[in-house]
Structure formats: structure tokens, C-alpha cells
Design a binder for this molecule. Structure first.
Ligand code: NAD
Length: 490
């Protein structure tokens, strides 16, 4: 069956959450437009967000809501408020990660001259990795002075997002994919992301490829956005630059996004619940509406998606704007509901100045793309251990002396760093030290492998001397390649 050309007469069940703040206003507006446009959907409403958090679910979502999401596999989500306080985990992150929504697709397009922007030619898509990086949420306080957040970057995570970005570029007629990383500093984590970009990029010779370090890349994005087409980047950088990019088009209220996984997909606005304007009836529903357009394409109702998107473009062109878009191009500033009615009135019309959009239903392959194939395990050798200590004498030479006075078994102390900088041997007195010390132990000749029991023995002798061990990290080689970074200054 060729699903790409078939109309689907059956109503598709979708899960809908109205959300918090402006969520109910903009989500209801969007559903009204979808209904008027003839979307063949059957919404199933769930409660998530602030009220659910306050009712005692620290994740902001109850079991019945998960059941609905796993049944319908399609989620239209209004923005939600995460209550402040350390007891609440971000529901957005939980949903994205639990359901494996690894690709966050965020188009940012300028609508000049009808929406005021400094960048009238901007038309780019940010493909943000959605499950990993600092968003693992693994944080610890380790000493009086030091807190840690783990940045996890995985090969499957990189392969899935990079392949998604190239496939997206190909299927959407885009010509270039730019990788943005900070691999000059994070050589192993961001370095892996870029390495995978190069490996997978080699399979797409028809797509131009480039890399920017995220700092200069963001600067170029802010001044010359028209030079970008598709940007693929790890989670945190993608989060930051996609809000900036949306705001540069005229308003953060304009951008929709898709969170795509192999099993479930979620569609939303990129902005939050905007509590400052909630209940006033002035919010721009365009972000979630464009998210819903992406949803309609995903459920193979490209005909409806096209009708809504063109009506929305025609509305902008006619100068009918919500207050966030107000400029000299505005003919009439309208409320959320009047904007909604204006879009509905234009269903069936094409924009006159903007190029009308034209959508095709995606193929099965375009919907499920990751196809990650696990490589066979490498030959892993244990060659040492980093032991992290809480120690308040703030004197690395004394610390080294104390450690070396202990029976270290088969290991010897090679280096001490503080916040990553080598302070022993031969540290500088100018280096500021905290109470958090990383002590590197390796086999006496540094080349040989060691045993787990060597580490256990070392830890037991250190503990006997009342040395406060916070944590350990094994030092390994993988197929002979070093699997750990050197200390700064080593
Ligand atoms: P925000 O995106 O809600 O608002 C930022 C600014 O943009 C505000 O001035 C707001 O009025 C304006 N704005 C946002 N959407 C608009 C729209 N559709 N029309 C007109 N103006 C709009 O960001 P925030 O204030 O930092 O966050 C508020 C809450 O939203 C927080 O609890 C945050 O955790 C949550 N949040 C949720 C999501 C999500 O559900 N996907 C995303 C980001 C933030």
C-alpha cells in the first residue's frame, strides 16, 4: 500500500494536553482550527503539568496519561509550568526521554515583510538532540564547595540524531547540514558527536556539510542566519540557540516543534506557558498551531496541514497579528480567538506574497529513521583509576605526600588535579583550589593493565587512613585507544 498518496478516512486518535498558563488558550484555538480544516483526528485529553505536580506526582504526569500516550503514540501538548523547587523534575524532559523522542525539530523562518525582523531571509531548522547531554539530570553535591552535573553523550544518541538531520535535510529539499559542538574543549563527548557527524555525513555526499564551534556558530547565527539551513547539535546548545532563532524571526510565539522518536511523536510550541500573559486572551497560538501542522504531516494528513499552513500565512500577510507581532505592518491587532477565527476564515486560500506551502505524506521510512545497529563490544582494558577526594587542607604537595605514604598496592600516584587543572606534580601556586581533588592512580609503568581488585585494595587502604573518597572513575582503553582525558597541563 502506498501510504504517501492515500487519504486516510479513519479518525486518528491523538493525545492532547491543554497545558498551563496560556496553554489552554492556544491549544483550544489550535484544535478549533484543526476541526474547521477537517483534520481527521479523535482527541483524547490528559491532565499533565502544574496541577498534577501539586497533587503529589513529582514527575507531573499520572499513570493514566502514560497509558494514553503509549496507546495513541501521537501527542499534541500545550506548554506546561514546572513549579519552582528542587522536588519537581521537568516533565518535558521526562516525556522526551521516557518515550525515546530523540529528535527535536525546530524550524525558524522569517515572515518578512509582514512580521518585523532584522533577518528577513532566515529559513533554518534546528535539529536538537533531545535525550542526552547535561539533561540526564544526574547531579550531585560532592563536597562543601563542589556540585556536579554529568554530561552524557552516547554513540547511539549521536548516530540517531545525526542520521535524522541528514535524512530530514534530504527529504525536505535542504542543501546543507551544520554541526555545532564544543569539541575543542570537550574532546571526548562533543568530539564523539562531531566524529559521528563526519562518519554519517560521508553517506550523504549530496548534502553540503560544515562544523562550527558553538560559540562562534551562535554568533554567526545571530548575525547571518541566512547562511544556515539545517543545524544539528547536542541538547543544551540546541535548546539555547533555538529560542534565540525563534525570537530573531519576530517572536518566540511563532515557532512550533516536533519531538520525534521511533514509536511516539510529540508536537508543541517551543515557548513556555507564559504566565505573565496567561488568561488575558492575547497569546499568539502560532507556535502550537505550526506544531500541529507538523503533527498532521506525521499522521499523513498532509492535505489538511497544507490548508492550515497556507491559511495561516494568508492571515499574517493580511496584517492580522497578535500583540507580540505588532509593528507598522500590522493592519489589526487581535486577540487569540480573533486570530483563530481569521485563520479559519482563510482556510482554502493561498498566501499572495509568501510562497504557498505544499506537503506530501511521509513514507514509513521517513517516519522511523533511527535503525541503530549496535557494534560488537571493544577490547576493554582497565589501566588505572581516578579517585576523587574531599580534602580541606588545600595543599596538593601535602596531599600527594600523604597518599604516597599509604600502601597503594600495585598502583602509583601519577597526578592530582583540582577542577581539572594539574596541581601535582609541579603545580603553580597561582592556581585556585577547591576542596575537590582528582587523584590519578595507574600501574607503576603506566602501560600495563590493572585489576578491579587493585582498585578495591587501594580504596580500602585509603579509607583506613580516613581519606574521604567521593567517587571513582575507572580509566580504560578501548581497542588500545585511551578512554579518558588528560589533565589540563598534564
Ligand atoms: P516563556 O516562553 O513562557 O515566556 C517568555 C516570554 O515570551 C514571556 O514574556 C511570554 O509572555 C512570551 N511569550 C511566550 N509565548 C508567547 C506566545 N505564544 N505569545 C506571546 N508571547 C509569548 O518562558 P518562561 O517565562 O521562561 O517560562 C514560563 C514557564 O514555562 C516555566 O515554568 C517554564 O518551565 C515553562 N516552559 C515550558 C516549556 C514547555 O512546556 N515546552 C518550554 C519552556 C518553558
Amino acid at each position: 500500500m502506498n501510504t504517501s498518496t492515500q487519504h486516510n478516512p479513519v479518525k486518528v486518535p491523538i493525545t492532547v494536553a491543554l497545558g498551563d498558563g496560556i496553554g489552554p488558550e492556544i491549544t483550544t484555538a489550535t484544535l478549533k482550527i484543526l476541526e474547521a480544516a477537517g483534520a481527521r483526528i479523535e482527541p483524547e485529553f490528559i491532565e499533565i503539568g502544574e496541577q498534577v505536580y501539586l497533587a503529589g506526582h513529582s514527575s507531573g504526569i499520572a499513570t493514566e496519561a502514560w497509558d494514553s500516550l503509549r496507546r495513541t503514540k501521537v501527542f499534541l501538548k500545550g506548554p506546561i509550568t514546572t513549579p519552582s523547587g528542587s522536588g519537581y523534575k521537568s516533565l518535558n524532559v521526562t516525556i522526551r526521554k521516557t518515550l525515546g523522542l530523540y529528535a527535536n525539530v525546530r524550524p525558524s523562518i522569517s515572515y518578512a515583510p509582514f512580521v518585523k525582523t532584522l533577518h528577513p531571509k532566515m529559513d533554518l531548522v534546528i535539529v536538537r538532540e533531545n535525550e542526552e547531554d547535561l539533561y540526564a539530570g544526574i547531579e550531585h553535591r560532592q563536597t562543601d564547595e563542589v556540585y556536579q552535573c554529568l554530561k552524557l553523550i552516547t554513540r547511539p544518541g549521536c548516530e540517531k540524531i545525526v542520521r535524522y538531520a541528514f535524512e530530514y535535510a534530504r527529504s525536505h529539499g535542504r542543501k546543507k547540514v551544520t554541526c555545532m559542538v564544543k569539541d575543542n574543549i570537550m574532546k571526548m563527548t562533543d568530539g564523539l558527536f562531531y566524529k559521528v557527524f563526519q562518519e554519517i555525513g560521508a553517506e550523504y555526499p549530496d548534502i553540503e556539510q560544515e562544523r562550527f564551534i558553538i560559540d562562534i556558530g551562535s554568533a554567526k547565527l545571530a548575525t547571518q542566519p541566512e547562511r544556515f539551513d539545517v543545524i544539528v547539535t547536542p541538547n543544551l546548545y540546541g535548546d539555547v540557540i533555538s529560542d534565540i532563532a525563534a525570537e530573531m524571526t519576530g517572536s518566540v510565539g511563532l515557532a512550533g516543534s516536533a519531538n520525534v522518536g521511533d514509536h511516539v511523536a510529540m508536537f508543541e510550541a517551543i515557548h513556555g506557558s507564559a504566565p505573565d500573559i496567561a488568561g488575558q486572551g492575547i497569546a499568539n497560538p502560532s507556535g502550537i498551531l505550526l506544531g500541529a501542522v507538523m503533527m498532521l504531516i506525521h499522521i499523513r494528513q498532509a492535505d489538511v496541514a497544507e490548508r492550515i499552513h497556507n491559511a495561516w500565512l494568508a492571515t499574517l500577510e493580511d496584517g492580522i497579528h497578535t500583540v507580540d507581532l505588532q509593528s507598522e505592518q500590522t493592519v489589526k491587532t487581535v486577540s487569540t480567538s480573533a486570530f483563530t477565527d481569521a485563520v479559519i476564515e482563510r482556510l482554502g486560500q493561498l498566501p499572495k506574497t509568501f510562497k504557498p506551502v505544499s506537503y506530501q505524506n511521509p513514507t514509513d521510512q521517513e517516519i522511523t529513521r533511527s535503525n541503530y545497529v549496535r557494534a560488537k563490544p571493544s577490547n576493554k582494558q582497565l589501566v588505572g583509576v581516578d579517585i576523587f577526594l574531599h580534602e580541606t587542607r588545600f595543599n596538593p604537595d601535602q596531599l600527594a605526600e600523604q597518599l604516597q605514604s599509604v600502601d597503594l598496592g600495585n598502583l602509583s600516584l601519577k597526578m592530582i588535579t583540582n577542577r581539572g587543572v594539574k596541581v601535582w606534580p609541579e603545580g603553580f601556586p597561582e592556581t585556585f583550589c577547591t576542596d575537590h581533588w582528582r587523584c590519578r592512580f595507574m600501574a607503576a609503568d603506566s602501560e600495563s593493565s590493572i585489576k578491579q581488585s587493585d582498585i578495591v585494595y587501594l580504596m580500602s587502604t585509603l579509607t583506613e587512613k580516613k581519606i574521604d573518597i567521593i567517587k571513582t572513575e575507572n580509566l580504560c582503553t578501548f581497542d588500545g585507544e585511551r578512554g579518558f582525558a588528560l589533565g589540563q597541563g598534564q
